[in-house]
Design a binder for this molecule. Structure first.
Ligand SMILES: *[C@@H]1O[C@H](CO)[C@@H](O)[C@H](O)[C@H]1NC(C)=O
Ligand SMILES: *[C@@H]1O[C@H](CO)[C@@H](O)[C@H](O)[C@H]1NC(C)=O
Ligand SMILES: *[C@@H]1O[C@H](CO)[C@@H](O)[C@H](O)[C@H]1NC(C)=O
Ligand SMILES: *[C@@H]1O[C@H](CO)[C@@H](O)[C@H](O)[C@H]1NC(C)=O
Ligand SMILES: *[C@@H]1O[C@H](CO)[C@@H](O)[C@H](O)[C@H]1NC(C)=O
Ligand SMILES: *[C@@H]1O[C@H](CO)[C@@H](O)[C@H](O)[C@H]1NC(C)=O
Length: 472
């Protein structure tokens, strides 16, 4: 199942991933600085009386320079992102790497110069905001919406007062429809996305929407156009059949995928799916045995990173009822768990293949969610979180920390975290294990197994961990 050819691709992709992450981080950094300084603070926290003082030009000359530099940085990153997007996928040649390094150094220099001039402004802001900051929910200023030219965006982000003027029990007398702050760094793309005729059919642009979300423009604004649908939607197969059968091709819009039908996705020799999940659509051969038979056994030692569902559920008999699978896949984990009377929702985005459509057509619940988002579950609610093939050795340590704490938040005390075949470079293992140990969960299962492809440089890590009780 884990084939050499799949993982040689990983190296190439990892370089690209790294770059994308570095760039995304810069964008977030910059949009935070620029936003907090010029838009959100102004509109949400600061009263009119001192907007004038905060406007950089008015308190000293350096403010406008900062703004210009930040603007330059944003533009540069945007141009670079557009170029990267237009480049063919297998393009991490030494020359392009060199170019990116030079580019990043350039950005770093610019940001450092911005940084040097920041303290003054922050101090100014602190002094002012201490004086008076009216409750943000009571503000009605909409100045940050002026940043966008498209009327629909402005309308969307404007606070909507409750019609009867009453406050709700949370003290809000309006509704606040917000968008991810990185939307400001992707102004052009967002404006393209929101450029439609109200009541008409939307553009064929789910991929643009996903790109915005992945780059941090998440939540995306809602729209007032009708999303496109398959031309002829045939009724899905009944649950008894749908679980282990490729769905009807006509129930998916294939326009933005490289494969144009499910057989193409199931045939891994076409190489058109998501590289980490090349076999995921081959239900009968690849998906069928997962989690109920051991498939990846290291020959001489009989070691495996796979745990079986019955043994994991056996840790807490009858207690595991609802859970989340945060993975890239076609929902097979949820399909199997259903047989054990456990309801699992499968969180995934559509990485090169219609994963969400597939999960839904199998009769399971897909949750369309990027890794950027706080989970849409309340604290201490889920019995189980399972993850595989998504969080791997590419992930930033701080990001992993934020994710694990969020998972901890939604897991109930006594709930299980099943880390399934996490893999990373041998030399990174200790740092990743530290992140998992940080949770201080009870270890029911914990194995590290060599990963035999990729020159023996990587290892698998799997664990089943139990959330301990917490102070009331
Ligand atoms: C919201 O409430 C505040 C005071 O609680 C009030 O000043 C303001 O006018 C209200 N806004 C609307 C739209 O009713
Ligand atoms: C799934 O994999 C098996 C074994 O490689 C292959 O024989 C079969 O044709 C594949 N299924 C599809 C739909 O391609
Ligand atoms: C996918 O391809 C690899 C070799 O590239 C092969 O070993 C594996 O059996 C194939 N899987 C399926 C399901 O066809
Ligand atoms: C899988 O794809 C290869 C190459 O595109 C093709 O030759 C083969 O017939 C396909 N197999 C199936 C089962 O569709
Ligand atoms: C691996 O498992 C097989 C069959 O269960 C057994 O015969 C063999 O001795 C095991 N090898 C080791 C090294 O444990
Ligand atoms: C699932 O629930 C059904 C109906 O309550 C029951 O008959 C079945 O034995 C349960 N299956 C398992 C694996 O617990």
């Amino acid at each position: 199942m884990r084939k050499p050819n799949v993982f040689t691709k990983l190296g190439t992709c990892r370089v690209a991933h790294r770059l994308i992450f570095v760039l995304a981080t810069f964008i977030i950094l910059i949009s935070v600085t620029s936003l907090s300084k010029f838009y959100s603070l102004r509109s949400l926290l600061v009263t009119n009386t001192f907007i004038n003082h905060l406007t950089p030009e008015s308190h000293d000359g350096s403010g406008s320079e900062v703004r210009i530099t930040i603007q330059t940085v944003i533009q540069k990153i945007q141009q670079e992102l557009i170029m990267m997007r237009d480049m063919p996928t297998e393009s991490s040649s030494p020359a392009s790497l060199l170019r990116h390094t030079a580019f990043l150094a350039d950005i770093l220099r610019l940001i450092e110069s911005v940084q040097a001039s920041l303290p003054l402004n922050e101090k100014t802001y602190k002094q002012k905001s201490e004086k008076s900051s009216p409750h943000p929910l009571k503000q009605q200023s909409n100045e940050f919406s002026d940043y966008f030219f498209i009327e629909e965006i402005r309308k969307y982000v404007k606070m909507k007062p409750n019609r009867l003027g009453k406050q709700n029990f949370m003290g809000a007398n309006g509704t606040f429809t917000s968008i991810g702050h990185a939307c400001f760094a992707m102004k052009k793309e967002l404006e393209e996305y929101m450029n439609y005729d109200i009541g008409e059919i939307c553009n064929d642009d789910w991929k643009l929407a996903q790109k915005l979300m992945v780059h941090g423009c998440d939540p995306l604004p809602r729209r007032r156009c009708f999303s496109r649908a398959p031309q002829l939607y045939y009724k899905p197969f009944p649950t008894s059949e749908s679980m282990w059968k490729l769905p009807d091709n006509r129930n998916v819009r294939w326009s933005q995928y490289r494969c144009k039908n499910f057989n193409c996705l199931a045939n891994n020799s076409t190489g058109k799916g998501f590289f980490k999940c090349a076999d995921c659509f081959n239900l009968s051969y690849h998906e069928m045995p997962r989690w109920i038979q051991l498939v990846n056994i290291v020959p001489n030692s009989n070691l495996t990173a796979d745990f079986l569902i019955p043994e994991v559920l056996g840790i807490k008999p009858g207690e595991i009822r609802i859970g989340l699978d945060f993975s890239v896949g076609t929902g097979t984990f949820a399909a199997r768990m259903r047989e054990f009377n456990v309801t699992v929702v499968s969180a995934t985005i559509n990485l090169g293949a219609p994963f969400n459509e597939m999960i839904a057509l199998r009769g399971l619940v897909p949750l369309y969610l990027t890794i950027n988002q706080r989970l849409p579950f309340f604290d201490n609610t889920l019995d189980l979180i399972h993850t595989t093939r998504f969080l791997d050795g590419w992930i930033d340590y701080v990001l992993l920390d934020f994710i694990l704490y969020d998972w901890d938040r939604v897991l109930r005390p006594g709930g299980l975290l099943w880390v399934d075949s996490f893999f990373c470079l041998k030399e990174d293992l200790d740092d990743y294990l530290k992140a998992f140990k940080m949770l201080r969960y009870k270890k029911h299962k914990w194995v590290v197994v060599p990963k035999l492809d990729k020159d023996d440089r990587e290892v698998f890590f799997s664990a089943v961990l139990e959330k301990p009780p917490r102070p009331f």
